[in-house]
Write a protein that binds this ligand. Structure first.
Ligand code: SAM
Ligand code: SF4
Ligand code: SF4
Length: 340
């Protein structure tokens, strides 16, 4: 049993879910304009925030220490595109030293990774997820909003491998008729590489991607397609609350994962808080409003953690279970502000 469940002083929310996992955006800006996240025609270039509104490294360190007091042991840095944040390795080195953080990870679009992989590794980053929605150069370019080249991302993955990241998780958001033809090529390319491809159902995050349920490809369908070519067998989760369901290739050449947020919601095991780059706490990926944490950060890590515990204890979010039903919120924070 982990420390969170053993310690009765740690907060649980209104649905008895502890807080274990923090996803922290270090920047709201991005060099891509993926149509499902930050469509260029809907999000202004400056999107209303600037560098001055971002939490400083001192504030971030206090914030993470405060969350550790509440039971958080897993920390993922995200964005926007986190590799655009200046002096990121310096921040990582500070966070990697915090006692209680057992798992420090980062999600990136990979376009700037080739140059930064070894500095990130040396700073203490241990786990990396790279988004990769296709291998075909044209499909990839379209899915990055015309701003990314798949070869840069592949070079980033190779550099990360060389720097010692293993396994690397490769996330592909699948949309029917857009990139579902990329699924088998992605599996073929990375089977046996030691890296893990994970297919994510296209979600109705934010307010501007024109989400259409018809474009969601249920994980079960993808799993069957892959199984028909390379037989799969289910694996146990690595830990309770793991969002991806895991399958091993029958021939021993690694595994694939599926994140089924639309077809099989997992709110009951959701132990995750999200904080935007300007210091707002979101208790759900689909929350409408964030709570500004900055004023409390000035009061130090203890007062800060008491404040967050209070917010967490009132949390009752379970949007994916309610999706479409009365009571499900319609106003959602944009994905690029909280990083997935
Ligand atoms: N820029 C980095 C990247 O793309 O990896 C980190 C931030 S991005 C918001 C985090 C993840 O959210 C990416 O893997 C992206 O594919 C995923 N994402 C964005 N919009 C999504 C959507 N509508 N449905 C499912 N996943 C989405
Ligand atoms: Fe940028 Fe990541 Fe959003 Fe794409 S998914 S626009 S790379 S933040
Ligand atoms: Fe967690 Fe909200 Fe996603 Fe449910 S919908 S799993 S509560 S983030």
């Amino acid at each position: 049993m982990n420390a969170v469940l053993r310690n009765p002083m740690l907060p649980v929310d209104a649905l008895r879910r502890p807080l274990r996992d923090l996803r922290l955006s270090v920047i709201e800006a991005c060099n891509f304009r993926c149509p499902y996240c930050m469509p260029a025609d809907r999000i202004a270039e400056d999107h209303g925030l600037d560098a001055a509104s971002r939490l400083s490294f001192d504030e971030i360190e206090t914030l993470v220490r405060g969350f550790v007091r509440l039971g958080v042991s897993k920390l993922r840095l995200t964005g926007g595109e986190p590799l655009l944040r200046k002096r990121l390795p310096e921040l990582i080195a500070r966070l990697a030293r915090i006692e209680g953080i057992d798992d420090l990870a980062l999600t990136t679009n990979g376009s700037l990774l080739a140059k930064q992989a070894s500095a990130l590794r040396e700073a203490g980053l241990r786990r990396l997820t790279v988004s990769l929605d296709g291998l075909d150069a044209d499909v990839f370019r379209t899915l990055s909003g015309g701003r990314g080249e798949v070869d840069d991302v592949l070079a980033g993955i190779a550099a990360a491998e060389k720097a010692g990241f293993a396994p690397i998780k490769l996330n592909c958001v699948v949309q029917r008729g857009v990139n579902d033809d990329q699924v088998l090529p992605l599996v073929e390319r990375f089977r046996g590489s030691g890296h893990i491809v994970r297919f994510i159902e296209y979600m109705d995050v934010g307010t501007c991607n024109g989400w259409d349920r018809q474009r969601v490809v249920p994980s079960a369908e993808l799993r069957d397609r892959i199984h028909a070519r390379w037989p799969l067998r289910p694996l146990d989760p690595n830990y309770r609350g793991e969002v991806a369901s895991r399958y091993a290739f029958g021939d021993g050449r690694g595994e694939v994962g599926f994140v089924s947020s639309v077809s099989a919601p997992f709110c009951g095991d959701c132990h995750r808080a999200r904080v935007s780059a300007d210091g707002k706490l979101y208790t759900c990926l689909f929350a409408g409003e964030g709570r500004g944490l900055r004023p409390m950060l000035q009061q130090g890590e203890i007062a800060f953690s008491e404040h967050v515990a209070e917010i967490w204890s009132r949390r009752a979010d379970r949007y994916s279970e309610l999706r479409g039903a009365a009571g499900a919120s319609r106003k959602h924070v944009e994905m690029y502000l909280i990083g997935g």
